[in-house]
Structure formats: C-alpha cells, structure tokens
Design a protein around this ligand. Structure first.
Ligand SMILES: [Ca+2]
Length: 321
C-alpha cells in the first residue's frame, strides 16, 4: 500500500470555464458537472455501482515474527480519470479515504476501520441490497467481521473458521495460506435470490460501472461512403451472473444475452437496434443518469445516434462539434 497516495476531499470540479468556448460534448460535461456537484446520489445507485465495481476484501497476512493477522476492507478501484465519483461516494458514506496510485493509473476508495464497516458500510448494504454474486461475498464477509468483532479470530478454531469463509470469497485464499492450511474447505456459497424487478437507480449505477456505449465505424460496400456506423449498448459479466443480465434485459424490455463461445467464462447483454436504443435505452438514462466518466460516452453516443437517425451522417464532409 506504500505506493498509494492519500488525497483529501477537494473541489470536485473546476467550473471556471466559459460555456461559449466549449464544444457540445464539453458543454454537456460542464453542465453535468454543475448538476453533479449539488446532486445527492441515490443509495440504490451506489449499490448498483458496487455490484459492478466494489470489493469486500479479507486479507490474511503474516510477518516473520508475528501471528496471523486478519484484516477486512470495503474497496472500489477505478481508473484514475474516474476519481471524482470516488470522492462523491466517500462523501455519501462519510467515512474512508480515496487513494491514488499514479504509477498504475488507479484510484481507490477504501474503508478498513472496523467500526466504520460495522456502522456505515454494512447497514447501507443491508438496507439497499446487492443482487449479483457480490451479495454472497458481502454476506460471507459480514460473518467474518462478526467473528473479528467478537475477537473469536484470535483463537485457533475461530481463525480456521475465518479461512473457510475467506476461501469462498472473491478469488479464494492466497497460495501462501493454502500451502499452510491445505485442508481448509470453503463454505458452500448460498444461491443468489434475485429480486423480481430492478430498481432504476440500481440499473444506472450498475451500467456506470460495467456497461458501455460504443460506436463502431466499419467498411461496407452497401453505402455510398463505403462506411457503416453501428451503435452498441452492452454489459459484460462473468457467466455466474448471467441471471442479472437476463433481469436487465427484462427491465429494458429488449436486448439479447449471449454466452461467449470462447473460454473466457463471460456473457454479454447487447442492444444494437438503433430504434430500440432510442426508445428503450436513452430515455432511462435521461431520468436516472450515469454519474461517472462514462457520462461523456453516453452524451457522445446520444448525439451520434440522433445524427444517424436524422441521416445527416450520409452527407460527405459532415462534421459535428
Ligand atoms: Ca464488474
């Protein structure tokens, strides 16, 4: 952790730029920043974003002369360019800190103090529950925190119980721990019980994390300009969360969920039909906005789609600022 730089909660955005000097996407970003500054994030948005990007972590460490140490934390790591949303989340919870690791272009929001996890983080996710496989990680992680709060992890049997939970969360136990405790059996992960319907703020939080708006220009002989524009709204997940993508498809009342044919264990929710993008997708994000850097992608995507549907892009030399 020594390469991380802790940074204070500073001015989120500099609003001194004059509006008229900006291009349309810059104007959109600038007005968004103003809204963003005064905006209170909906708690379901936070949960959706954490379902996509958060991590409930348990670390088992040992230095030469000391006993095993169990430490827990709640973390969200993003590209450093997306740091503003981390400050916003920090101010939402009122605890924890934002760290920058400039050599790796990573920014992270981290809460590790046990009292903060118990009093702020856990109550939030009990009230506004996670719905992906991360909800199971959260439940197991809470059990470990209960054990630590009762100091039971200091006994051999309590420590071994912690290892059984740890083996079942995220990527499992580290090689070092597994080598010393090869007989540890991971606790069985309970099945995820999905809600019948999704909260719209949860959807926008989740898309802000794991969704994408892309425009692809590819060669095509069927068009005069020998080029074709394709629009794509997509969310990729591990196969174990395919049911979450099916629920999102049901929520938007369109789109297709595919399992990738390669060995990546990933599945995708995709919408490419421009009319459906306009009728079912964009109106949602106008009311329940994307709140991180992806908002810029969304604005460009929306503008390009409007141009496409008005057929202005078919004129050679057409340029939109
Ligand atoms: Ca994710």
């Amino acid at each position: 952790m020594n390469k991380w730089i802790k940074v204070g909660f500073n001015n989120l955005f500099n609003l001194s730029i004059k509006h008229r000097h900006l291009s349309s996407s810059q104007r959109a970003t600038s007005s968004f920043k103003k809204i963003f500054q005064i905006l209170e994030i909906n708690p379901y948005w936070i949960t959706g974003f954490v379902d996509a990007e958060g991590c409930f972590s348990i670390r088992i460490t040992k230095s030469k002369n000391t006993k095993w140490k169990v430490s827990t934390s709640f973390e969200i790591s993003l590209h450093i360019k997306d740091v503003d949303i981390l400050y916003k989340i920090q101010s939402f919870f009122g605890v924890g800190a934002v760290y920058l690791r400039k050599d790796r272009n990573i920014a992270a929001y981290k809460v590790s103090k046990l009292e903060y996890l118990r009093d702020k983080i856990i109550p939030h996710f009990k009230k506004y529950p996670l719905i992906s496989q991360k909800s199971i990680d959260f439940d197991l992680w809470c059990k470990v925190i209960e054990i630590i709060l009762k100091k039971e992890h200091l006994s051999q049997s309590g420590f071994l119980t912690v290892l059984t939970y740890c083996a079942s969360i995220n990527r499992g136990t580290s090689k070092k721990v597994f080598f010393l405790y090869p007989n540890i059996k991971p606790v069985i992960r309970p099945r995820v019980i999905l809600p019948l319907n999704l909260n719209p703020y949860w959807v926008s939080g989740f898309v802000s994390g794991d969704g994408g708006f892309s425009i692809v220009i590819r060669p095509s002989n069927s068009y005069k300009l020998k080029q074709q524009v394709a629009f794509r709204f997509h969310i990729a997940q591990h196969n174990r969360d395919i049911e979450v993508l099916n629920l999102i498809s049901k929520f938007f009342n369109c789109g297709t969920v595919y399992v990738r044919s390669n060995s990546s264990q990933l599945c995708d929710f995709v919408i490419q039909d421009t009319k459906l993008l306009l009728s079912n997708i964009l109106p949602h994000f106008e009311i329940y906005p994307i709140l991180n850097l992806k908002y810029k992608d969304y604005i460009c995507f929306k503008k390009a789609l409007e141009i496409f549907l008005s057929k202005q892009h078919l004129k050679q030399g057409f340029r939109y600022n």
